[in-house]
Design a protein. Structure first.
Length: 454
């Protein structure tokens, strides 16, 4: 796929990224008495012990902090004072070819050494540091670590990993530029998919599978390359938060929820939009009510984004999302109880069971922002950090009609103050989620999604 990123600017940003990351790695190494870190790209994972197929390699995320390196038995070697070295495994048999590399801006800042297999990597490792117990292996293949000479307590030491995770919560200008491009690409997929669904005549509605394939085509991604399995859910399927079992047959399809992203240079986006067919294409008053819910959630999402600023605990924003949802339910006539009662009774949490969002970057659910447990009423919240300059995270409020949770809602005393006719009319549409990707700026934020997708 073509890119709008200027290659010269990207190379400059990348050089700065590597310089800053090298300094921060050097601090972590010093703290733990280490002279070197070996970041392993990964080993193939068998799909089943009973056949010979492996999953596509998902590289150990720590290598992606430097570069996307989805090449089996390659490694990045970090030694303070030396240029970071990529030991690139170029051994090939006649069954498989090399992966397609996007971008060549890496090689002005990193040293590239081509090696043959795991044995070739071993020959290039810092043996003195490994032998003296002053080097650690970062990866999940403990057998490979042993074969490279690492003793047990130098294989993925938890204290080192925790400090490396902390480095990932603040994004460099390079990572933000990549995330912006990942948002631009994902937006192409969302626009194509939502348009195909909303504009189709009733007799030619695309199926979930057709919409999933359309998204892949519009973003030029193969299914295993997407940051996470696309969620493409029509009607009641949208009440399954991670619906990935795409129906091949057409559904009656009043509503469509698409939660899907894209990657650029290993940095990911994660976007959700929900639409409903209304008016002449819709199914009457229920579709119109659901349309009002979608529009209300969209306003609410933008209000929450507007409140993002450094110093605010993310969990406060999460709690505010419940207050705003309660107000919206009252506005739509779905609830008569006070907003405070709807929140305090737990009613809003039956309709919005997941967290407001999560850190984003190398991984869709990136690490380092849940170092303390959330309040008991927010068990699934993945971000309990204090909002900090340079963090990237999602803001993704929703409202769902999940049969099992509606049963629990019906059992609460506050159920008498809900309009169950309206809830029953909305249930066949499944639910709504609206999700953007934000970077925290001085006094506020930059929305990386909205410039490309309303
Ligand atoms: Mn998300």
């Amino acid at each position: 796929m073509s890119t709008t990123v200027d290659p010269a600017a990207l190379a400059r940003l990348y050089a700065d990224h590597v310089r800053a990351l090298s300094a921060r790695y050097a601090e972590v190494l010093g703290k733990h008495g280490l002279d070197a870190l070996v970041l392993h790209a990964g080993s193939p994972q068998k799909k089943s012990a009973f056949d010979d197929q492996s999953w596509p390699l998902v590289s150990v995320p720590h290598t992606k902090h430097w570069l996307p390196l989805a090449v089996v038995d390659s490694a990045v070697v970090i030694e303070p004072g030396k240029q970071p070295r990529v030991l690139m495994n170029v051994a090939r048999d006649f069954w498989e070819g090399p992966p397609d590399e996007e971008g060549d801006h890496y090689w002005a800042a990193l040293e590239r050494v081509e090696v043959q297999g795991a044995e070739g990597v071993r020959a290039c490792l810092p043996h003195a540091a490994i032998g003296a117990g002053r080097a650690a292996f970062v990866g999940e293949d403990r057998a490979r670590a042993a074969s490279w000479g690492f003793v047990d307590d130098k294989v993925a030491p938890a204290a080192v990993l925790k400090d490396l995770d902390a480095l990932r919560t603040i994004k460099s200008a390079y990572e933000i530029a990549c995330m912006r491009e990942a948002n631009r690409r994902a937006a192409l997929g969302h626009a194509a998919t939502l348009r195909a669904f909303v504009e189709a005549p009733a007799s030619e509605l695309p199926s979930e599978l057709e919409l999933h394939l359309l998204y892949l085509a519009a973003t030029a991604q193969d299914d295993p390359e997407t940051p996470y399995k696309n969620i493409v859910a029509q009607d009641a399927h949208a009440a399954t938060l991670h619906h990935v079992q795409y129906r091949k047959r057409r559904m009656s399809a009043g509503s469509l929820l698409v939660d899907a992203g894209a990657s650029y240079c290993g940095i990911e986006s994660d976007i959700t939009r929900t639409v409903v067919r209304t008016g002449a294409r819709g199914s009457g008053a229920a579709a119109d009510l659901f349309g009002a819910l979608v529009a209300g959630l969209d306003r609410m999402q933008q209000e929450l984004c507007a409140r993002v600023k450094p110093g605010l605990p993310y969990e406060h924003l999460h709690n505010q999302s419940h207050e705003l949802l309660a107000a919206l339910l009252r506005e739509l006539g779905v609830a008569k109880a006070s907003a405070a009662a709807l929140v305090d009774s737990g009613a809003t949490r039956k309709l919005l069971p997941h967290g407001l969002g999560h850190s984003l970057g190398i991984q869709t659910h990136d690490v380092g922002c849940r170092n303390v447990a959330p309040e008991a009423r927010n068990p699934f919240l993945r971000n309990t950090s204090t909002i900090t300059l340079g963090q990237c995270f999602t803001i993704e409020p929703g409202c769902y009609f999940i049969p099992a949770l509606l049963d629990e809602l019906r059992a609460l005393p506050i159920a008498a103050e809900l309009d169950w006719k309206a809830i029953e009319a909305l249930t066949p549409f499944g639910g709504v989620r609206i999700e953007d990707n934000l970077v925290v700026r001085e006094g506020g934020h930059e929305n990386l999604t909205r410039p490309f997708l309303s």
